[in-house]
Design a protein around this ligand. Structure first.
Ligand SMILES: Cc1cc2nc3c(=O)[nH]c(=O)nc-3n(C[C@H](O)[C@H](O)[C@H](O)COP(=O)(O)OP(=O)(O)OC[C@H]3O[C@@H](n4cnc5c(N)ncnc54)[C@H](O)[C@@H]3O)c2cc1C
Length: 423
């Protein structure tokens, strides 16, 4: 079949690759000038003997426990991974470091060490959450209806722990959204991800960067069209019409819309009320990301710098994370420190900004299940030719994993539709 895939984030790349491997003729459209998953990454020229290094933006991580489909995909395609040193610091912004961790949240390993009382309190609460969280995931029937905020309140976790440690960690790394959105996350999803992140301490990144990963995903007979933002997608009786920026149209047997849900809503013509309602139910938040060299956004003493440095606002209502990129990209051989600050609630020294962008992230709530169920049901409709996938559409936290999962399920549905139409 002739299949068009719109968007080359992880979901579009996986859909295109799998459908191409299954023998279909695939065209992948991307509105940006480079592959979507790597479009914000940055080549940085440094003073160190004129070396150029490439920073992955955003600096994404994974492990086998939380990202099993991504893990399998990368292994199948020979995309190598390497461990990330996950040392962390927590500071007030502006202010001093109040907690350092050598590893990803592994609180029990630290309790009893020579720590001040605040650190002891926070780590004791973190250890309790790790232990009772695991039990509650097994035993608590009420969990499914609770938000994370409600759960933490019910279990009497202190404001200090929640607003200076837990929410800063979740809001500026794995969920990348506001504190209020973190509080609204389904308790079950949040506890599950915390378990998966703490069970295995080693976080991974792609060894040769995002560009290598996307290149390998595209090593197939896929027609990639960059700088080609699709204007409109319309379902006709037995094909799908795609309108391109130069005014021309092309026809496909199926089209997979692998953009964000809010973009899909505008892109597809004549969506039914049901489709509009489903796509509209996925909400997004915007966040700022800076790549910069401003050391004021790091702990005062360089000896304290971790790979991930959480900076908590004075009012304890927001947090950002400065990733020390030289530590994240261990292959960089440069002295100049470079940082990536995610979820920035302030701006670094403009002279020291190398790049900035605004990204959007889906936010989920205990009601998100209904949206995921509805998308599954939609994709079972007979004679379907337009499909929706993306990290928003896979169950659980919107990460690379849910992007891969939703792409795989659409690929399967397209194949089932083909079998149906043949028989
Ligand atoms: C700061 C930050 C840090 C993150 N860290 C991690 C992490 O550590 N681990 C992890 O697993 N996940 C992480 N994520 C989440 C992860 O990056 C996303 O979930 C994932 O990349 C989304 O992929 P996607 O394919 O669903 O969508 P997208 O990547 O948004 O892809 C959609 C693509 O569609 C293209 N497009 C839109 N409209 C059109 C059009 N009309 N025509 C053609 N193309 C179009 C867009 O340009 C884009 O390339 C992070 C996200 C952020 C913002």
């Amino acid at each position: 079949m002739r299949i068009g895939v719109i968007g080359s984030g992880i979901a579009g790349l996986v859909s295109a690759r799998k459908l191409c491997d299954a023998g279909h003729q695939v065209t992948l459209f991307e509105r940006q000038s480079s592959v979507g998953m790597d479009a914000h990454s940055l080549d940085i020229s440094t003073a160190d003997e004129g070396r150029t290094v490439r920073a992955d933006v955003p600096s994404r991580m994974f492990n086998e426990a939380q990202w099993p489909s991504l893990w399998n995909l990368y292994n199948d395609l020979g995309i190598e991974s390497t461990g990330v040193c996950s040392s962390q610091t927590f500071s007030h912004f502006p202010g001093n470091v109040f907690l350092t961790l050598e590893q990803a949240i592994k609180p029990t390993a630290l309790i009893g060490k020579l720590l001040d009382r605040k650190s002891q309190r926070i780590l004791t609460a973190a250890a309790k959450l790790q232990k009772t969280g695991a039990q509650d995931l097994q035993q608590d029937d009420q969990l499914a209806s609770l938000t994370l905020g409600e759960y933490l309140k019910q279990r009497a976790y202190s404001d200090e722990f929640v607003r200076e440690f837990l929410y800063p960690t979740l809001s500026s790394t794995v969920f990348t959204c506001s504190f209020s959105a973190v509080a609204n996350y389904p308790a079950k999803t949040a506890l599950q991800i915390l378990q998966n992140l703490t069970r295995e301490t080693t976080l991974l990144k792609t060894r040769f960067g995002t560009q290598d990963a996307t290149t390998r995903m595209l090593q197939a007979d896929i027609e990639l069209r960059l700088s080609c933002g699709v204007k409109e997608v319309e379902c006709l009786d037995d094909q799908v019409r795609v309108r391109l920026p130069d005014g021309t149209t092309e026809f496909f047997d199926h089209v997979i819309v692998a953009t964000q849900a809010n973009t899909a809503l505008k892109l597809v013509k004549d969506l039914s009320n049901n489709e509009q309602e489903i796509l509209g139910s996925f909400q997004y938040e915007s966040l700022s990301v800076y790549v910069h060299t401003d050391t004021d956004w790091m702990p005062n003493r360089r000896s304290q710098w971790g790979t991930f440095n959480m900076l908590v606002s004075e009012d304890r209502n927001a947090a950002m994370c400065s990733v020390w990129l030289n530590r994240f990209h261990t292959d960089w051989q440069i002295d100049q420190p470079v940082f990536q600050t995610i979820n920035a609630f302030a701006q670094p020294d403009p002279e020291k900004i190398l790049a900035e962008c605004v990204m959007q992230r889906p936010i989920i709530t205990p009601h998100s299940n209904q949206g995921w169920d509805a998308i599954d049901t939609l994709h079972q409709q007979p004679n379907r030719r337009i499909w929706f996938c993306g990290s928003y559409a896979g169950r659980g936290t919107p990460l690379l994993e849910s992007g891969v999962m939703s792409a795989l399920s659409v690929v399967e549905a397209v194949d089932t539709a083909r079998v149906g139409s043949v028989s």
